[in-house]
Ligand binder design. Structure first.
Ligand code: PEP
Length: 245
């Protein structure tokens, strides 16, 4: 049985007062949900979000990690810091990291390795751009992203390896993949995970303009195990509808 995950990626949004207001309004929404609820605030707000979400069935995640425990890496946040803050899940390979910050596959592979060595829950993002979809190479792109990051060597328990299929053309654009498009890609990822890595029960989330109005259609498919949500997760009023869709 794969438990549905509804995850929030706040990116570089939500200041102190907004985080406080979010949790005040969100209340027990996650406690009342049967889904696994994850929220990834920006690094400086992790302690505040952790404190405000204590005992509320919410796991606080990081949006990234630098793949070293500690040391002379100006501007970075590493493994010991995440552990110190009680973070148990990390998003790796988000398309904004790949595209805006030029993260190459070998750095992503190092991060995946680091997350595994530290026993964290890996939320690994893959997805094709619009030109890649228009050229019909989306399956090759996903295969390459997965194979290059996993390096034949997955060690975490299946419930700690989550893939987020996030077509780049759907992120923050208001354009959502149709349930059929998402289902086709999820089935493809599931096949790779099973046949190449022997992971049948990893969760595969859909991300890309998920909102309260479209979540049910997407989640109706048996290969879609939840959602990674950006814009519609910033306000409690909308995220609470998503966690209890
Ligand atoms: C994301 O960035 O992971 C995402 C899915 O964003 P949005 O929901 O805003 O498209």
């Amino acid at each position: 049985m794969r438990r549905t995950i509804i995850a929030a990626n706040w990116k570089m949004n939500n200041l102190t007062s907004e985080v406080i207001n979010f949790f005040a309004e969100f209340g027990d929404a996650a406690l009342n949900s049967e889904n696994e609820v994850i929220i990834a605030p920006a690094y400086p707000y992790i302690p505040l979000a952790s404190a405000l979400s204590k005992n509320k069935n919410i796991e606080i995640a990081a949006q990234d990690v630098y793949p070293k425990a500690e040391g002379a890496f100006t501007g970075m946040v590493g493994g010991k810091m995440l552990a110190d803050l009680g973070v148990k899940a990390v998003i790796i390979g988000h398309s904004e990291r790949r595209r805006i910050f030029g993260e190459p596959n070998d750095l992503i592979r190092e991060k995946v390795k680091f997350v595994q060595e530290n026993g964290l829950h890996l939320i690994f993002c893959v997805g094709e751009t619009l030109p890649e979809r228009e050229n019909g190479v989306m399956f090759d792109v996903l295969k390459e992203q997965i194979h290059s990051a996993f390096d034949d060597n997955l060690t975490l328990a299946p419930e700690k390896i989550t893939i987020a299929y996030e077509p780049v053309w759907a992120i923050g654009t208001g354009v959502t993949a149709t349930p059929e498009q998402a289902a086709e890609m999820h089935a493809f990822i599931r096949k790779i995970m099973k046949e190449k890595y022997g992971y049948e029960d990893s969760r595969i989330l859909y991300g890309g303009s998920v909102k309260p109005e479209n979540i049910q259609g997407l989640m109706a498919n048996e290969d879609i195990d939840g959602a990674l949500v950006g814009g519609a997760s910033l306000k409690a009023s909308s995220f609470m509808k998503l966690v209890n869709f």
